[in-house]
Ligand binder design. Structure first.
Ligand code: SF4
Length: 320
């Protein structure tokens, strides 16, 4: 029987799942993902996580618990940096410790430390060492890593063709999108943008109201980084840099009709980035701006009311 490794469908799953699926799958493990977030996943996560934790980390706990009985290992990497000179939020760094000491009966964690600031090949090294820890030889792990990187590159290229991870990770081709509709710039961390349960199908709703979207995943990282360097001070948070770089580029170069910033209640980095973003949107444009903050109590009715008011404002500006 194949050894099963579980990958929670949360946090940076939306950025790296093709890499991890291919890497572990190529080594011969069976990769199991948790089901899409639903009420039971969220409720379990809310109970398991510390109350002051942000919503995406609570959701992560729920996904870990959904996998716990079904796999031999859980893949919970300690992500410190994915881009030189920047850092992911500290919650990602502490995630393996938080999960390990959650008090639940969990399978062993595989937690390589992924930190680009330790050298260009540090992600490769950490994955190979993790595979060696499970008994795979270095050569086989290196081959798996190369395949996995290729898969990740293909995935990112597809996203840059104005597609969303929902199409590739959830195999959802039912999104009623159109490339000729007016475009809304939809900004946020990938786990906020693409978890359809916690954001109450925001992307689907925008498509249904007759808009298309641009998200950071649809732009080349080179363009985003070039724009982000225009900030007067170096911003260390990579997810925040991505949001701001995307906004700077799109406000100057794309015919967007409105901007939505989707954040999580309790997110420290977003409280800073959101402020910078809103100021820059106001400075560079007179576009309607909507800040949507999610937590486990957010109701769909309230979200739709705010969304409809925002879309009315867009139509009013467009017609005046
Ligand atoms: S960046 Fe914000 S939302 Fe994401 S894990 Fe950190 S605190 Fe939570």
């Amino acid at each position: 029987m194949l050894v099963k490794i579980g990958i929670p469908r949360a946090l940076l799953y939306y950025h790296y799942f093709p890499l991890w699926e291919c890497f572990w799958g190529h080594l011969g493990l069976e990769v199991i993902t948790s089901p899409p977030t639903d009420k039971s996943v969220l409720d379990r996560g809310v109970i398991a996580a510390a109350p002051e934790t942000c919503l995406p980390v609570k959701v992560y706990y729920g996904h870990v618990l959904a996998l716990a009985k079904a796999v031999d290992y859980l893949f919970v990497p300690r992500i410190i940096s994915a881009q030189k000179g920047t850092y992911i939020c500290p919650k990602f760094m502490g995630l393996p410790n938080m999960i390990k000491h959650s008090g639940y009966d969990l399978p062993p964690l595989i937690s390589p430390t992924l930190d680009t600031n330790r050298g260009k090949k540090s992600w490769q090294r950490a994955h190979i060492q993790a595979a060696q820890g499970l008994g795979y030889n270095k050569k086989k792990a290196l081959t798996a890593w190369r395949y996995a990187n290729y898969r990740l590159r293909l995935y990112r290229e597809k996203l840059q063709q104005k597609r969303t991870p929902l199409e590739f990770l959830n195999h959802d081709h039912s999104l009623p999108r159109s490339f000729t509709s007016p475009t809304i710039l939809l900004l946020g961390h990938p786990y906020n943008l693409f978890d359809e349960f916690t954001n109450m199908n925001l992307i689907r709703q925008l498509y249904q109201y007759g808009y298309q979207i641009i998200t950071p995943e649809m732009l080349s990282p080179v363009i985003i980084e070039r724009e982000a360097t225009q900030l007067p001070k170096h911003l260390f948070w990579s997810l925040g840099r991505t949001i701001l770089g995307t906004a700077f580029h799109c406000l100057k170069n794309s015919p967007v009709v409105g901007v939505i910033h989707l954040t999580s209640f309790g997110c420290g980095p977003d409280s800073l980035v959101g402020e910078l973003l809103e100021r820059r949107v106001n400075k560079l444009s007179n576009l309607p701006f909507l800040l949507l903050t999610l937590d486990e109590h957010t109701g769909e009715g309230g979200l739709i009311t705010r969304l409809e008011a925002f879309l009315d404002m867009i139509e009013w500006r467009r017609s005046s």
